[in-house]
Design a protein around this ligand. Structure first.
Ligand SMILES: [Zn+2]
Ligand SMILES: [Zn+2]
Length: 391
């Protein structure tokens, strides 16, 4: 849009373009230039998948690390090289669990589990900031047998220091980069070789080029692949390809070890082969079959209310009003993954629209129906939010 306003050409560059952008090149809407060699003739890293189901079965895992990963890390450190470990945050953070009744403390305002933060020694909600002290006994059954479960980057960092007591380990995630210069500081220290092992979330995957990184480890690929979203596979491919690209600079080939429970997953195979076109081919077929972008546009209608029953009725009424226009092209109403945030319950409707003219007409109609809906006396306090092309 900015290019259009300024009558300027726009250049998009990526090794892992979005399905939509690549589709536009295939349709001739964008011109396409392919770089077939890596910058400076750099070799692609060697990528290996480690079947952690198999390793667990034979009890060879050391906590969350396979022996292959531990060995490779030891070798890299011995050679004076650096290591990056990637751990996606989603669903793998530390939480408190009662061993007797399996209760985990939840946020009082949101429908999520509280996450343990060691530095402040509190259980904290990532959605609203609510926090509590770690209770000495289970709030449900009174049992003192409480245990920390799951693992986040903080836990990974802590465990690593047991395996590699002499290595200097640092962590890069939302928690360690909150202050203004923290991000630059960690990058600077890693670049100058003051840090041996960098543990991080998504943040370590983006555009950082370090000369001395010979090994990249991905602790669990399944957390990415199993995310319930139509873009989950595309995103997994992008993240894994990007984090792999951090390994091996200048003179030698790097090594990437990806741990996972489904080593045969096609996405992992395409990452190994550096095969974006195959990934695209399969994804675009799915998008066509199941009516998703770029063939259809999505509108997400999100309803919120503090009373779950009012919300349910409201969602059904609005769905009924929109049904005549969308028919099968309406999904829901459904609760999202996190169904309550800041004391408001949430329900979503997904509307799909086809070609341009039709889309404009349907958008107009949707807005009109929502306006009508908000005039209904029962639902005046329901909040409705529209998101066109949700990401
Ligand atoms: Zn309990
Ligand atoms: Zn909360």
């Amino acid at each position: 849009m900015l290019g259009q306003i300024h009558k300027a050409p726009v250049l998009l560059g990526s090794a892992t373009p979005s399905i939509e952008s690549y589709f536009n090149t295939q349709q001739g809407k964008y011109k396409y230039v392919e770089l077939k060699e890596r910058y400076g003739g750099l070799k692609m890293p060697e990528i290996k998948i480690i079947d952690i189901k198999e390793e667990s079965r034979y009890k060879r895992m050391k906590s969350h690390f396979s022996p292959q990963l531990i060995d490779a890390m030891g070798m890299a450190l011995k050679a004076g090289e650096q290591v990056i470990l990637f751990q996606n945050r989603r669903g793998f953070s530390l939480r408190l669990e009662c061993e007797t009744c399996h209760t985990t403390p939840q946020c009082v305002n949101c429908d999520v589990t509280l996450i343990y933060h060691k530095q402040i020694n509190l259980l904290k909600c990532h959605y609203c900031g609510y926090s509590i002290q770690v209770p000495p006994r289970c709030p449900e059954c009174g049992s003192p047998a409480l245990k920390m479960k799951g693992f986040g980057t903080e836990k990974v960092e802590e465990e690593l220091s047991l395996f590699f007591p002499d290595a200097i380990i640092s962590r890069m995630d939302l928690d360690t980069t909150r202050t203004k210069y923290a991000y630059q500081k960690i990058i600077g220290e890693f670049e100058s070789g003051k840090i041996d092992i960098l543990v991080g979330t998504q943040m370590v995957t983006k555009g950082l080029d370090f000369d001395n990184v010979s090994l990249v480890g991905v602790l669990n690929a399944d957390g990415l692949l199993s995310y319930p979203d139509f873009r989950a596979f595309e995103r997994s491919y992008q993240l894994l390809a990007q984090v792999s690209g951090r390994a091996g600079r200048k003179n030698r080939q790097g090594l990437v070890l990806i741990q996972g429970y489904n080593p045969k997953h096609p996405i992992l195979q395409w990452v190994i082969e550096d095969n974006y076109p195959e990934m695209y081919k399969q994804q675009i077929q799915d998008r066509y079959t199941y009516k998703y972008p770029p063939f259809y546009r999505l509108i997400e209608v999100s309803l919120r209310h503090k009373d779950a029953e009012v919300l349910n009725r409201a969602a059904n009424v609005l769905a009924g009003m929109l049904k005549p226009f969308f028919g099968k092209m309406m999904l829901g109403p459904e609760y999202p993954m996190v169904m309550r945030v800041r004391n408001l319950y949430i329900k979503n409707l997904i509307l799909k629209t086809g070609k341009r003219n039709e889309a404009a007409q349907l958008k107009f109609e949707t807005a009109r129906q929502i306006e009508k809906f908000l005039e209904l006396p029962d639902f005046k306090s329901v909040r409705v939010q529209l998101d066109v092309d949700p990401m």
